[in-house]
Design a binder for this molecule. Sequence first.
Ligand code: TXA
Ligand code: MG
Length: 541
Amino acid sequence: MFIGSDNNTIKKAAETIKSGGIVAFPTETVYGLGADALNPEAVAEIFKAKGRPADNPLIVHIAELDDINKIAEVSPLALKLAEKFWPGPFTMILPKKDCIPDIVSAGLPTVAVRFPSHPIAQRLIRESGCPIAAPSANLSGSPSPTRVEHIINDYGGTEKIAGVIDGGECFCGLESTVISIATEPAVLLRPGYITPKQIMEIIPDLQISDAVKERLKDGEKALSPGMKHRHYAPKSPTEGIVGNSEKAAIYINAVCLADDKKYGVMCYDEEANLFSDKLTVIPYGKESNPTEQAAKIFDVLRTFDSLNTDKIFIRLTGGDGIELAVYNRLIRACDHNITNVSNNPLVFGVLGLSGAGKTTVCEYLKAEGFDHIDTDLISREIVPSAKKELINAFSDIIFGDDGELNRSKLAEIAFSSSENTQTLNAIMHKYIMTEVADRILTNFRNGVPSLIDGAALLEAKADLLCDRIIFVKASTNTRLNRVISRDGIDEKKAMQRFARQQPEKVLEEKSDFIFDNDSDANFHEETKRLKKYISDCRKDV
Ligand code: TXA
Ligand code: MG
């Protein structure tokens, strides 16, 4: 397989096409796999190399406007569109002329025609002296290639294609916009870099095929055969996630933390730091920049393939411009498996220092329907599951003859060095987070809001699972009095306990809502304020 970018390589590629071979070449959209469009045997090689279903027709590429007349029936509308969008990432479907073999049009009476703007593509077509039939140069079903490495990945080490011209990275990154003007009214079959709005300046009544945004219904005939085939899909199962960034991250984190599988997420740049470090996170551009996303999606999908994840989540938004093209490719990468997380119930975290009255606030939230997830309780309950790992780390002296955990022994060993503390935390936090994540997912299914409290909230990063953090605040004096009377300890002991806790400032900075619990007289007013806050959070999706 020859690879190069110089004049000789282009010449060699043109010779190959003239003599009935197939080569990959760059266009401004994606790489194409080209053959002489007028030679049915050569075109058959493309179908063979890609493993492409015979019912999926190819686009014929030209490099002189006049050449359109040789292959298709041209209307004044076609010429108007050509003048506006060619050369460029735009394909028109027109009634075909007889010279186009059936294999190119998959037996349809129409032909798709495009005049690419990429200089290498244009030179190749001109030097070959024939129109070039070319689908995207990927193996059928996988993401389209936007860099030479993608083609080497698909065809390297095989004799399937003669060579590839290296044109660097493709500018658009996704395939051309396809419209059919063989029908009345004209229909957008595949969104791309040229947007519906641009086309509507010429065709105001342009229809948008349902298949652009939805799965074809059973038995429904595809206007464009390519739309019914599974496409762009990475090897591992993929789930599209619609909804705001925070809700999406909570859901994805919960799924990932609830088991031991390997998950990945393809997200917007600004979301990258919302995810658990258990996930492989690959951003694909700013949420507000679909042009950047378009250029990256196929490369990122292919990167995930090489990582062997068990499942990939993909963040989706949609829109009318280039967003529509990005959305169209991604819903198909997900095989239309899309979860909308906008209405997932709330998850609150509750923080507070000893004696601040966190429990009272938790009781209030429970009465409001929140499921109370107490990480301190969980950490006690998970000991049997963590037993093996704890013994591996600290030997079996931490368990008594009765098989029960000897907590003071464990504390003595675990807190004897920071290394031991870290080991204990790593084991316990993993189990706690699995439990918490699992509870939250169950609550999502049942429409129940969750509240998380306990030491693990910040220590184990359970705040990654929270929409909002509530900080319950009271003055040191109030807290002191409460702790002394509640726990029957003296002031000195109480102060010692306070000294071991995180500084108030740290907790306050982490929080979104401060519940002032300094005086009991205030409690009622504060709960009213909290109630309003909960309802505002519910609206804020
Ligand atoms: O940007 C592009 O268009 C790239 C570069 C290489 O030019 N090519 C490309 O080709 O994406 P391909 O084969 O991957 O996609 C062509 C799409 C398919 O969905 C196919 O079903 C549709 O165009 N198509 C081709 N001829 C058609 C026809 N006569 N009627 C309806 N749909 C057609
Ligand atoms: Mg394709």
